[in-house]
Design a binder for this molecule. Sequence first.
Ligand SMILES: [Zn+2]
Length: 257
Amino acid sequence: MRWFDTHCHLDRMPEGIKPRLAMQYAQAVGVERLVVPGVSGAPLHAARLLAISGVEVAWGVHPYYIGNCKHIGSKRDPWSRARYTPVAIGECGFDRRSRFSIEEQKEAFVWQLNLATRHRLPVIIHLVGHYQLAYDILTAMPEVPTAVLHSWSGSPEMAKRFVAAGAFVSISGGHLRRPEKLVQLLTALPLSSLLLETDAPDMAAPSWSGFCNEPAALPEIGAAVAEKAGIAVEKLCEILYNNSVRIFGQGKQKQNG
Ligand SMILES: [Zn+2]
């Protein structure tokens, strides 16, 4: 089986956990590829991450880090100095716990959606609250980019509406902490709309015994999700891997310059 971790902060692992080694452990258990989202622009040491086999890198500003990014509103591609082309925009969106106002979060979100549309890239969306607002903004785009709802925390009904608008819903180990809600979500959504992620180093699955969450935890999350979905793990793995490839492309992105 080959797995695809669609959301892993390999650049923000605790001290002592080297990204290259974490990816080697992950590959040893079948995690072939992963995407590192941006939280305050480019991931840390993006060029070094891109040198690791199977690792791809996004560019984005999380609703917590809007104040750290001077690019918001700019007409230029913000990653030109980072010397790589992102495989996705994000993570971006809304978080009701952010110290930034809804207006500030909205400005950053809309700007990133436009970047995604302009470059025909998928957008990784982080939402804690404000689900309807994000839906309204996304679906009002003249060209709606393919959205990945990372570690979805809203209702199954709202997830269904996003999926009808072409979005994908990513399941993390955090969902295994609320198994009844996960079953409702899996019942509401087709397998063709699902993805898997670790969101490492956070969001460890309850069964994970490692020092912190790691991409190597993905097969364990996948097996537990397959059980909840009532399908063979091999089948879930194959469908979700193929969904991920449809969104993030065939493989290694190019570095510029
Ligand atoms: Zn994240």
